[in-house]
Ligand binder design. Sequence first.
Ligand code: MG
Length: 363
Amino acid sequence: MNRRSFVKAAAAAPVAAGALAAPAAGATFETKILRLNLLHTWTTTMSSSAYRDTLHTAYTRDGITGHGEGAPIVRYHEDAQGAQKAAESVRDLLLSANPMQFSKVMGEVFKRVQGEWAGKAAIDIALMDWVGQKLGIPLYSYFGLDPKDTPLTTFSIGIDTPEITRQKTKEAADFPILKVKVGLATDEPTIEAVRSVTKKPLRVDANEGWKDKEEAVRKINWLESQGVQFIEQPLPAEMIEETRWIRSRVHIPIIADEACQRASDIPKLKEAFDGVNVKLDKSGGILEAYRMISIAKSLGMKTMLGCMVSSSVSVTAAAQLSPLVDFADLDGNLLIGNDPFHGVTVEKGKLMLPNRPGLGLSK
Ligand code: MG
């Protein structure tokens, strides 16, 4: 057997464990699509919308219910229906598996479901919420973290007219650091509108909006003069070599977001980026996000936790890992008007984790 066929055979072997045990008595797994209404129409380089649909899951066993959520990302060709279909496709596995073997269970889910990262995140989060509740400890304790170590979160200002940008900046008075979306033709007026209201430190996200490396260098150096701390994803994800070129010509850190979906993406980004933005919806849940943070740290890169527009389920799940990271942008739940849960809160920008088992959610 040569190396290639040996590797193939080894990868295929665990699939033989296809004979599932019977579903556990009283175990249920529910999925539903929830429409989250945005307080402000949300515009980035990618889209503009007044609402977002996310997939919500509830895994019940032994009288305990774990809640999960995944926000499908259009950038990766996902939608809520696809996420729901993916989650439903592993229902039998979830109902018959031992949830305390969550790492094995999620390994099997990742093997069976191709793509559909938001769907996988919704499963992983529900499972980990259940595990934390079963053990009677908050998830941050399960990961050995101190809730006092949570970073400040930024509050995000989407792309808008200078007048609305000024208004949004005023509304964000409680947040000591703001994240401003740029990447369209209006970058300078947007930053000037923010600066006309506040002197706070800013972080800027171009969402792959600039296409030219010289233009990106000019913009980043101007942003530095405006008190910007770092720039997220200046060029399209695939322009890694050009980003490395930019990095040698600017002073502020460059953080990968769209270029960094999963753990396996990280090593090739090391020369071009100073850090990575990890999101549960991109990675497929808490377990993979934890791996991504560990790998980035081991490579000496900065780490950030971000989120999509989503409810307190997904944002609180990400916040459980936030004591590990340098930067947080966990405000997706603050952008909506119909959050079905309470979880992590924010006091003067500081993420405050609930001191309750699992995610610590309440209705
Ligand atoms: Mg981003």
